[in-house]
Design a protein around this ligand. Structure first.
Ligand code: SAM
Length: 255
């Protein structure tokens, strides 16, 4: 087997108990349309394959593909996509997938934003990520970790941190502790595409300088008086603002 490639974030799971805990939390059912991102050497793939009739995997590293194709699928079907998951079109075939993976940590934020764009076709997601990223995904308003990622994800998904995994459960061991997280798309009415775009722009701009006030961060969009008119204190820091308040600002700049 080739040596792990750092540029693909390859830290392979080697602890049987951890793998068992992850599969249990995912709780795959035979008929699930399950897709694993970054199967690597198949640590999760093999046990998942025993639970579902059909498993899709998306792996970028060509040198791992041959090994994956040799995994024991028995009666079950393993469909291997050799591509960059950031280019994978989750909405192309109308299948509503459950998406799982021990993700490459170096692309975690762009990957989460890519998945947000395809949420209508996703039933739920279970991901292993760097603990700090999981903490940001699951933070509450007012927390130090509450930021752009928290607001963008929680505006569209329910997020739940399940457990942490120490570095010694991987080979090679990463420099960080990991966390396992569940995301369930919210069924709430969707915003219009224009409002979605304004919301994303407001959130990004508001958190550009997290220690500065809202008025300061958002001055190119709204002045202090306009914020106050919306019932939002311009002296607040972005960490103090909940999702509804960001939506209120997005609606105001869209008028
Ligand atoms: N699932 C395996 C495990 O738990 O042992 C491997 C996890 S490893 C942290 C991340 C995996 O994602 C690697 O197999 C890596 O090659 C793959 N990967 C990295 N970047 C990718 C990308 N852009 N698209 C698809 N797979 C990628």
């Amino acid at each position: 087997m080739q040596r792990p490639r750092k540029r693909f974030g390859q830290n392979f799971l080697v602890d049987a108990n951890t793998i068992h805990d992850l599969v249990k939390a995912i709780d795959p059912k035979a008929g699930d349309a399950l897709l694993e991102i970054g199967p690597g050497r198949g640590a999760l793939t093999q046990p998942l394959l025993h639970k579902v009739r059909r498993l899709e995997v998306v792996e970028i590293d060509r040198d791992l593909i041959q090994h994956l194709q040799k995994l024991d699928a028995g009666e079950h079907q393993l469909l291997v996509h050799q591509c960059d998951v950031l280019q994978f079109d989750f909405s192309a075939d109308g299948i509503h997938r459950r998406v799982v993976g021990n993700l490459p940590y170096n692309i975690s934020t762009p990957l989460l934003f890519h998945l947000l764009d395809h949420l209508e076709y996703i039933q739920d997601m279970h991901f292993m990520l760097q603990k700090e990223v999981v903490d940001r995904m699951c933070a509450s308003v007012g927390d130090r970790a509450w930021g752009r990622l928290s607001v963008m994800l929680q505006s569209k998904c329910e997020t739940q941190k399940l457990f942490e995994i120490s570095a010694d459960k991987f080979s090679p061991a990463p420099k960080v502790t990991s966390g396992f997280v569940r995301l369930k798309p919210l069924q709430a009415a969707r915003l219009t595409p224009t409002l979605e775009a304004d919301f994303a722009r407001v959130v990004k701009t508001a958190f550009a300088h997290p220690r500065k006030t809202l008025a300061n961060n958002l001055k190119s969009m709204l002045d202090s008086a306009a914020l106050a008119n919306l019932g939002i204190d311009p002296a607040m820091r972005p960490q103090q603002l909940d999702i509804d308040a960001f939506r209120t600002i997005a609606r105001a700049i869209g008028k």
